[in-house]
Write a protein that binds this ligand. Structure first.
Ligand SMILES: Cc1ncc(COP(=O)(O)O)c(C=O)c1O
Length: 408
């Protein structure tokens, strides 16, 4: 078995070549300092915006280099993915003129299917979970004589992702830490390999959702192991088992892997939107989530977080914004029992309005058997300038004889 250091030096070597080949097909994405996130993490924070990359994620880097390398041997390429790898391979196939088949699970969202088709790929829907989808992709590759492009456990794919590190070295004279999300480990392995070769003093940290801690568990076991992931907003980081090549590189070069909770991911997406005017998907916001929620030893350092992608389902954003506003004390839902008599609700709404609360929803139940006699249950959702206002509204309602509480 080849060891992690040898694999990494090979990835770094290929990554130098990848840079030459792919740079005319991709964006050199911005690297920007953030005063807000620096303050929140006691570190000088820079963010690398790969959400602004072609196809909306860094994945296109690895796909382009891999497809370039095999383009003369095969007539077409196949990939199994419902996410950013699908779009990356579809884009790369189009650039290098290869037929492309993307196999997606039957549950894939319409927006992802349409985006992939828009790059000219043939989309096949098959399987309920990734493993089933992958089996179908393998079969198609065999039948048609196409190359199957792995999403992470491939030295060329890692080398493509590693081109981000060359950009960082050009964009910033000196930095201490790079933080990256981990799905199957291709991104972090590429980054770690290049940085180890070019700037070995830089520390690399990996982040994964607590719902899918496959790398952390594998490192504890000393070998890649299967986990059963729970649902997470960072769907790009859901993999049952880390790659065997990526595991070797991570074990050798990555300084630590930390977990982030769903609330921390949602909060980071919200903050990126509100403060940075930047749209990140769950996986894309994971690095920042770890940096601003005190998960990493970065105080006093210059740290770079990779915002790896921005392809979030728009129906999720609405819920994330509501949760974010609620966490920031700008949106409240209160409930209470109110005597079922004319004028009561009006008084309550007047109290809320007098504190500049703006009501956006009311629920009123007077029929439930569980209610105290002659009472109605009222739940009111409203926007407020800040958390203190919610407390003031609750206490004024109490003074007027209404017992209300915060509900969710
Ligand atoms: C936006 C985003 N970030 C991070 C990752 C994880 O990358 P890797 O599987 O190379 O670890 C993915 C994987 O699909 C992704 O789509």
């Amino acid at each position: 078995m080849v060891n992690g250091a040898e694999l990494a030096s090979e990835v770094a070597r290929r990554s130098r070549e990848a840079r030459e080949i792919i740079s005319s097909y991709i964006h050199k994405t911005p690297l920007e300092e953030s005063a807000t996130f620096s303050k929140m993490s006691n570190s000088r924070v820079y963010l690398k915006y790969e959400n602004l990359q072609k196809t909306g994620a860094f994945k296109v880097r690895g796909a382009l280099y891999k497809v370039y390398k095999i383009k003369d041997e095969y007539r077409g390429v196949v990939a199994a993915s419902a996410g950013n790898h699908a779009q990356g391979v579809a884009y790369a196939g189009k650039i290098f003129g290869l037929k492309t088949v993307i196999v997606m699970p039957e549950s894939a969202s319409i927006s992802k299917i349409e985006a992939t088709k828009s790059y000219g790929a043939e989309v096949v829907l098959a399987g309920r979970v990734y493993d089933e989808t992958l089996q179908v992709a393998k079969k198609i590759a065999e039948e048609r004589g196409y190359a199957l492009i792995h999403a992470f456990d491939d030295l060329d794919v890692m080398a493509g992702q590693g081109t981000i590190a060359y950009e960082l070295l050009e964009q910033l004279d000196s930095f201490d830490v790079v933080v990256a999300p981990i799905g199957g480990g291709g991104l972090i392995s590429g980054l770690a390999s290049v940085l180890h070769a070019e700037a070995p003093e830089v520390k690399i940290y990996g982040v994964e959702p607590a719902a899918a801690p496959k790398t952390l568990k594998s490192l504890e076991e000393g070998r890649p192991i299967f986990i059963e992931p729970r649902p997470t907003i960072a769907d790009g980081l859901v993999v049952k088992k880390i790659g065997s090549l990526t595991f070797e590189i991570i074990k050798t070069l990555v300084s630590g892997v930390v977990l982030v909770e769903e609330d921390e991911l949602a909060h980071s997406i919200y903050l990126l939107l509100e403060r940075g005017k930047v749209l990140a998907e769950g996986a894309g916001a994971a690095s920042l989530a770890a940096m601003i929620h005190g998960k990493l030893p970065i105080a006093g350092n210059t740290s770079i977080g990779i915002i790896s992608g921005g392809n979030i389902d728009l129906t999720h954003i609405y819920r994330i914004i509501l949760r974010g506003l609620s966490k920031a004390g700008r949106l409240a839902k209160i409930s209470g029992y109110v005597p079922d008599a004319p004028g009561q609700l009006k008084t309550i709404l007047e109290v809320i309005a007098s504190h500049r609360g703006n009501v956006i929803g009311i629920f009123h139940d007077r029929t439930s058997q569980a209610l105290p006699a002659w009472n109605a249950l009222v739940s009111i959702t409203f926007e407020v300038p800040g958390r203190e206002t919610i407390a003031r509204i609750l206490s004024e309602l109490k003074e007027r004889g209404y017992e209300f509480w915060l509900s969710d």
